[in-house]
Design a protein around this ligand. Structure first.
Ligand SMILES: [Zn+2]
Ligand SMILES: [Zn+2]
Length: 150
């Protein structure tokens, strides 16, 4: 089993603090949705989260899950990952890190920041741009996909 880079309790505490400081009620529904996001290493899509939340809150709608995810992202509690699929994928790991992305099954795996040498620009950027962070996407095949015969 992979271990979470940050304990789930810590992520949930940050979630509650952030909601409170933004005047957003920590409803049972929101807490369950964020818990499923924060406890996942898979960079899940809203549909994946919906399936998991539905097991705990049967009458929840996909629209509610989408809306909550947008709210969490606006508060900076989630980051969007670009896994080259049509579906959104979300990351509750807010520590600096990179990603291994499988081009076949679209799995997204965290790569610790220290794995990659610090990125530097060789020349000034072509136009003024406020850099917020640099992240590397390593594209390739995961173990399972590489093992598949064509
Ligand atoms: Zn794969
Ligand atoms: Zn990640």
């Amino acid at each position: 089993m992979e271990t979470l880079p940050q304990p789930l309790e810590q992520r949930m505490a940050r979630f509650r603090d952030c909601c409170l400081s933004h005047g957003l009620a920590v409803t049972h529904q929101r807490a369950v949705i964020y818990q499923e996001l924060a406890g996942s290493m898979e960079h899940p899509s809203p549909e994946m989260i919906y399936e998991r939340v539905r097991a705990r809150i049967p009458d929840i709608s996909l629209a509610t899950v989408y809306k909550s995810i947008k709210t969490f992202a606006d508060l900076g509690l989630l980051r969007e990952v670009n896994p080259f699929t049509e579906s959104q994928r979300w990351d509750a790991n807010l520590d600096p890190h990179h990603h291994l992305i499988c081009t076949r099954c679209k799995s997204v795996t965290d790569l610790p920041e220290a794995t990659v040498a610090p990125i530097e620009f060789r020349t000034p950027l072509p136009e003024p741009f406020q850099v917020q962070r640099l992240s590397v996407e390593v594209l390739g095949l995961c173990v399972a996909c590489a093992a598949l015969k064509k």
